[in-house]
Design a binder for this molecule. Structure first.
Ligand SMILES: *Cc1c(COP(=O)(O)O)cnc(C)c1O
Ligand SMILES: [Zn+2]
Length: 401
């Protein structure tokens, strides 16, 4: 994407060998893709294999990822004054986040080239996903995560899936730097961060599923929380491919949401700048987007510009409020970073950027159970009963009130 060089595809190509910049995958399917053919196949990421980097004769490393529900949010929609509001609930993926879409593709490639070990820097979800898919593939997995800043559920997943876990003092950005240096020193390590373009190929299938669920058309807006900025880029790529092959007749607008104290892209956007205002000490309760130097920023900036979209930012308070709303008004438990989608949507509606008659899809990126501490902070009415009799008394009193 920086120097303009082109390469024949190979799983080892994760960054430009010439300039070190990002690589963008160009797909040339042998057969033109069609909704009719896709509909006849089993749902999930691999339903769309002609647009994915498959290697003939190699069986996918899969756990049944993708095919997540697109849920209409009637009550929240009414509150915000929106006629058609939907949530793509990515928490229902095998390890509880959208990362699984990318991992099924990238780990399949890593297995095909017999990588010695998979390595990744992560705020938690990528580590959990790599650990699971590596286990499935029979490959070693090493994860580097910020010490004391990784949500409990995510850390526990990596522990259970049998990863080697390196906990680093500092933020995700420090972890990513360490991984990049390690990969340069020992090229047998296979990196699975989102600068690896093969991962994004899997993640773009979210766009295909959304368009398919809406009857072959995109929504007017797709709202996505932005951390390292891979997912918003991947989703935009997915919609552009559908458009190129005539499977949709228009494109959605992309809205990227960041947390106020970790908002290098949203702050730059506000000021009309073309490059991020990097943040050295990012902070937010939404740990999955606690990133100050998003590696995919050129792709994300391009996605938002090309789609005539926006970046916006929200406070932790708005995020936690949105998390409780999703759970209490719609029965959907998400982790704080995912709730940033809804918080950002509320802002954009209030600012008049998104209009009442537009169709909106918010991407709910990860499951609530990932961060039990954040769930508990929502607060509930809790009572202590010393005996069954006392419990009965409390319950009857509650029924009365
Ligand atoms: C990874 C992640 C994000 C951020 O996605 P990027 O591709 O890094 O922008 C947001 N929410 C959750 C739950 C995640 O796991
Ligand atoms: Zn280059």
């Amino acid at each position: 994407m920086s120097c303009g060089r082109k390469y024949p595809p190979h799983p080892r190509l994760t960054r430009c060998p010439s300039c070190g910049g990002l690589l963008d995958v160009k797909v040339h399917p042998r057969e033109p893709p069609s909704w009719r053919i896709w509909e006849q196949r089993k749902s999930g990421v691999w339903r769309y294999w002609e647009l994915l980097p498959a290697i003939s004769g190699v069986k996918p490393v899969t756990l049944g990822e993708g095919a997540t529900p697109l849920v209409e949010l009637e009550r929240i929609g009414r509150m915000l004054g929106l006629k058609r509001l939907y949530a793509k609930n990515e928490g229902q993926n095998p390890t509880g986040s959208f990362k699984d879409r990318g991992m099924t593709v990238a780990v399949t490639l890593a297995k095909a080239i017999k990588a010695r070990a998979l390595i990744v820097a992560s705020t938690g979800n990528t580590a959990a996903s790599v650990s699971a898919y590596a286990a499935r593939a029979g490959l070693r997995r090493i994860v580097v995560v910020p010490r004391r800043k990784t949500a409990l559920g995510k850390l526990a997943q990596s522990v259970l899936y049998g990863a080697d876990i390196v906990e680093i003092e500092g933020s995700f950005d420090a972890a990513l730097k360490a991984v990049m240096t390690a990969v340069e020193e020992d090229p047998r390590l296979y990196p699975l961060n989102s600068f690896n373009p093969w991962r994004l190929e899997g993640q773009k299938t979210l766009a295909y599923e959304v368009a398919e669920a809406l009857g072959g058309e995109p929504p007017d807006w797709v709202v996505v929380p932005v951390g390292n900025a891979g997912n918003i880029s991947a989703i935009w790529k997915g919609f552009k491919e559908l458009y190129r092959y005539g499977l949709i007749t228009r494109l959605p607008r992309m809205a990227g949401v960041q947390a106020e104290r970790a908002a290098p892209l949203a702050r730059a956007w506000q000021k009309g700048l073309d490059e991020p205002l990097f943040v050295d000490k990012p902070e937010t309760r939404a740990t999955a987007i606690r990133i100050g130097h998003p590696v995919n920023w050129p792709k994300a900036m391009k996605a938002v510009k090309e789609s005539n979209g926006v970046f916006t930012m929200v406070s932790d308070e708005e995020i936690m409020k949105a998390q409780a709303m999703l759970a209490r008004l719609e029965g959907i438990a998400v982790e704080p970073a995912s709730a940033a989608s809804l918080a950002g949507l509320a802002r954009l509606v209030e600012d008049g950027v998104i209009a009442p008659d537009e169709t909106v899809v918010i991407v709910l990126t990860g499951h609530g159970l990932k961060d039990p501490q954040a769930m508990l902070e929502a607060g509930a009415r809790r009572y202590i009963a010393g005996s069954p009799e006392e419990a009965v008394k409390i319950v009857l009193g509650l029924a009365e009130s």
